[in-house]
Design a protein around this ligand. Sequence first.
Ligand code: SF4
Ligand code: SF4
Ligand code: SF4
Length: 674
Amino acid sequence: MTKTIKEVKDTAKALKTGFKLFFSKPITCRFPPETLLTKEFRGRHVFNPRKCTSCSLCAKVCPNKAIEMVEKIEENTTVQSQIKVVRRPQIDYAKCCFCGLCVDVCPTGALQTTNFSTMVALDKDELLHSPEKLAQHAELKMPEKPKIKDLTSWGRSRSLWVLDYFTGCCFIEAIPWVSSGFDMERFGLLLTGSPRHADVLLIGGYVTLKTLKRIIRIYQQIPQPKFVIAFGSCSMSGGTYWDSYNTIKRIADYIPVDVWVAGCPPRPEVIGVAIVTAMNAIQSGYEGKKEEVRLTEELEVPRVTEERDGLKKNEFSVPFGPQHPASGNFQLKLKIDGEIVKEATPQVGYLHRGFEKLMEYRTWYQNVMLVQRVCVLDGASYELAYSGSVEKLADIKVPERARYLRVIQAELSRIQSHLLNFGLIAGAAGFETAQMITWGDREKILLLLEQLTGGRIYQIYTVPGGVRRNTPDNFKEKALKTTNHIRERLKIYDELFIENPTFKIRTLGIGKVPSDTAIKHDITGPNLRASSVKFDIRKNTPYAAYHELDFQVPVFKEGDAYHRTKIRRLEIEESLNLLEEVLNKLPSGPFRKRFGVFNRVPEGEALHCVESARGELCFHLVSNGSKTPYRVKIRGPTFDTTLVMLPKLLREVYVADVPVIYWSLDNCPGDHDR
Ligand code: SF4
Ligand code: SF4
Ligand code: SF4
């Protein structure tokens, strides 16, 4: 009887939540061309030739070698009929990562960024912007609908099934594409996981040799006619990692590409523009480039063979990953017997870029645009840890206002990271509605980050000496409105999945990590605190302004998948408290101490650690007094969790629990692959 009453109550609660959601205003933008873009977004440049002194500083600072100085003949308007040869910047948007360092160094303000974000081209050469083109105002021109050539082409253009193979951090902007923020399925763009059913292959971001083999294999399985969209500067040119030994520089050297999308990462709505571009081309009879795949000797496409080595009669080898939505760019090779996992072996290297080495080839300042890319899910923490370490080396005292602004960036980043994890764990447990809702709400936090920093994902905001820009107008009001909104939504998350009996059945007691196991494996962050260890760097060795702020560190003793989720929910609440406190206390005054782009740093070494969304994150830097770091070592929060502890945790569990355990640990493959 008690059980029946409880069931009735639970059902009534679920209906009430559904009813509330039905009448809540969704954050879904109309498309095209409405976007959630703010005026602060750091997008395409605009160039004023009259202000340019040809100093070439912009080209020298560009970490991606995207700027080339080209000679131009200009008439001298003051001395009639005199002409002179001048050098002007030309930008290749197939290489640019929109970091804005070129704008920072331009002494005259000749180069600025605008908030124009949509750069889609059928021909990659269109992404090369001459000084004249840069001087022109950019505006979104949606491709015009062509005449219908024939019924087959029209039909084909209207039923595109897209297979996304996101190989790098570009994935982070594809997530909102399918969430309630952008919801591209409204336009009939269906995502499919099967190459045999796909028409369009969307390649997102950074490509390594390991992923290239898989991309080629997928491409070969898609039936003709097929279309390829290359997303993000990495797949076009190597992007930010143009000098990494593990980077495939140009995907077009291997498979034909039909549509190019610039950005790093491109914004979610730009995927929509790219698909509309492809649809129009197909409607007018375009059948895709029918070139053959170009293989080299080293690039033999892997074949599917039945691997029986080391397997007993009833055992099978099943890959989990390396593709979203399974595991991110990481693979677990599972040896299973029926429903039970016998062994889980991590397969790494899909995202390896060699960050620590790359940093030795960039100046101390140029590295501010590299560090956050180690983990796209919470880049702000990497900016904080790196800048803190440089400041210790160079003995820089950060202005008070900057310390507080850094807390705002870090806590916003923690919230969006936890919301992202909610979507992943909810999805893994079969709660897709919760996934849509939490990822839709994450858009509100990203909008605030964009307003504060100029970037949604890669903010490049905390730099040695302070932060890069001051708060925009009315930021406090906008931020408080958002914190109130998220507070209300937390109650909905509780009703929708966190306190939902089915979610509890799927997560309670699953993937248990006792406190001694957590300590032995050097686990940190929410995963450690869910196993009863109260350790948080913000409290234990405070940095930025945390020692002046009031917040709690939630702890649970159970150490299972459920409590790891619940702790993140409580941490969001604490982050909201912190944000409100900081916004009310924000000191006035300067927000940055000068630290030049080509500054040297005194000889020595320094270590700085921060509490990232996933736990302890440290940068150990060694300087020999030059313009670049001598040695860099990053201690990320996921290495021990995922590569050392997880395989042990997965032994003898049900296959169905693998995604739940995996996402409850909140892995970031980029962090441990580095
Ligand atoms: S924004 Fe960054 S990558 Fe792009 S041209 Fe400027 S410095 Fe280079
Ligand atoms: S745009 Fe600015 S930094 Fe670049 S050459 Fe001209 S003045 Fe120098
Ligand atoms: S670095 Fe930029 S372009 Fe490359 S994969 Fe990451 S987001 Fe995409």
